[in-house]
Design a protein around this ligand. Structure first.
Ligand code: FE2
Length: 212
């Protein structure tokens, strides 16, 4: 099996003026594609892993031989993270339902959640991601990962754990063309393009699975 770019249900200019067309195009066709190319190359040396879907692969990194471990970790993480990122974008959605209730339960109110998320993003040093994750059926947490790590890799590898609900790409390639050093403007723009429908779906499906 080879991984391929997911189809985008929108055009590159869909999220103007928040995320600009050129950045979206390069981000998707160059950066994400490179992670995919690299992991597909790694599969030639790891045929026993080539049938794994990307979620399974990042949870099996401890089985990857040492000489390929970092390469697979970075590129499998890059593929998964960007899959989540593209699906997590949509215009004009509204936080609602069980996820809204859970955010208000965990962070007092939505504005406090936003402040904490923005603070985590602003203070992240270097390249990485900011996540809202489910720790368990009733606990949400905001956390960060370095480079292309994902909380699904687990604490031993990524230093954190949880099931991602939303994720913000804090690599410069995600914002520098438009925002340069104005990182906080990029972070604030994210709130205008978060796909809360997808976030609510991820939250509810995972929540229901906890009861099985
Ligand atoms: Fe990215």
């Amino acid at each position: 099996m080879s991984y391929i770019l997911p189809n985008l249900p929108y055009t590159y200019d869909e999220f103007e003026p928040y995320f600009d067309k050129k950045t979206m195009e390069i981000h998707y066709t160059k950066h994400h594609q490179t992670y995919i190319n690299n992991i597909n190359t790694a599969f030639k040396q790891l045929p026993e892993f080539a049938s794994f879907n990307i979620n399974t692969l990042v949870q099996q990194l401890h089985k990857i031989p040492a000489d390929l471990h970092t390469f697979v970790r970075n590129n499998a993480g890059g593929h998964l993270n960007h899959n989540l990122f593209w699906k997590g974008l949509k215009k004009n959605t509204v936080l609602n339902g069980a996820l809204k209730t859970a955010i208000e339960h965990n962070f007092s109110n939505f504005d406090t959640f936003k402040d904490l998320f923005e603070k985590a993003a602003t203070t992240l040093f270097g390249s990485g991601w900011i996540w809202l994750v489910m720790k368990n059926v009733s606990t949400l947490s905001i956390l960060s990962t370095k480079n292309q790590d994902n909380p699904m890799m687990g604490e031993i590898i990524s230093g954190v754990s949880g099931y991602p609900i939303i994720g913000l790409d804090m690599w410069e390639h995600a914002y520098y063309l438009k925002y340069q050093n104005r990182r906080h403007d990029y972070i604030k723009a994210f709130w205008s393009v978060v796909n809360w429908d997808e976030a609510e779906k991820r939250f509810s499906v995972k929540k229901n699975n906890y009861f099985i």
